[in-house]
Design a protein around this ligand. Structure first.
Ligand code: UDP
Length: 234
């Protein structure tokens, strides 16, 4: 297989058919733009299965995604897309960078859902960027940004409902989108690496913050998320 790109947590290969690619999840965990890095055996398989379940659920609810089919426990066949160079962060509850920046205690509910953009650039440390800066730099258009926002809010509604059934609070998450066949599709992954997920009863963290903050038992949280999603989706 021809490797097209190796990222921090996934490798992308060219697919056999034009317009497709194969995405393989790795076991590597990174935080702080790669400053902290560790191998967590089994993480790739857990994230792949969790993300596939969520993408499948979103697709059944009308969200267009890159996922074509699952190949094996760490690889999927996906539509090739031109990635929109912004990360879209959706927040329901204050945490992480938002809490630090605005001095709001983690866990504070937000009066409305927050949608934020960051410019996808490892070199620059993914700086936050606003709509007019994005359009000024030609990264995206006003119309496309409206599509990203409305898709992000719809995904938030659907995921909040799904995780609620699983006894999990969806605090915040990050999405990436791409352009394929003239439309915007959801790309990348949705997993405990890219979401903050707290147990609804105890607020125990079940996501990558366990790794970022050295809380231990990182993959136990991921396994729990997977088991609970399976129980509500089947
Ligand atoms: N996030 C991500 N990748 C990034 C930055 C953030 O997946 O490069 C996710 C993160 O897991 C969290 C949400 O986006 O669910 C918001 O993260 P935040 O901006 O608070 O950043 P952090 O606290 O990780 O610095």
């Amino acid at each position: 297989m021809k490797m097209l790109y190796e990222g921090k947590s996934k490798i992308v290969y060219a697919g056999e058919e034009d317009g497709t690619c194969i995405i393989k999840y790795k076991d590597t965990a990174t935080a702080g733009n790669g400053a902290k890095k560790e191998d967590l055996p089994g993480k790739g398989r857990l994230n792949a299965e969790i993300s596939n379940l969520i993408f499948d659920y979103l697709a059944k609810n009308g969200v267009k995604t890159h996922l074509i089919k699952v190949i094996d426990d760490t690889a999927v066949l996906a539509k090739s897309a031109e990635i929109v160079m912004v990360e879209v962060v959706v927040r329901n509850v204050a945490a992480g960078g938002f809490s630090a920046k605005y001095g709001v205690p983690e866990g504070t509910p937000l009066k409305n859902t927050v949608v934020e953009f960051s410019y996808k650039s490892d070199e620059l440390g993914d700086p936050m960027i606003n709509d007019s800066q994005i359009t000024a730099l030609g990264i995206s258009t006003k119309e496309e940004l409206e599509t990203l926002k409305s898709m992000a809010l719809r995904i938030d509604e659907l995921m909040t409902e799904l995780f609620k059934k699983a006894g999990i609070r969806l605090i915040d998450f990050k999405l990436e989108f791409g352009r394929a066949d003239g439309e915007i599709i959801l790309c990348d992954e949705i997993s405990p690496d890219s979401c903050r997920l707290w147990d609804a009863q105890t607020d125990k963290k079940m996501d990558k913050d366990r790794f970022r903050r050295d809380l231990g038992n990182v993959l136990d949280g991921y396994r729990d998320v997977l088991a609970r999603l399976k129980s509500v989706l089947n």
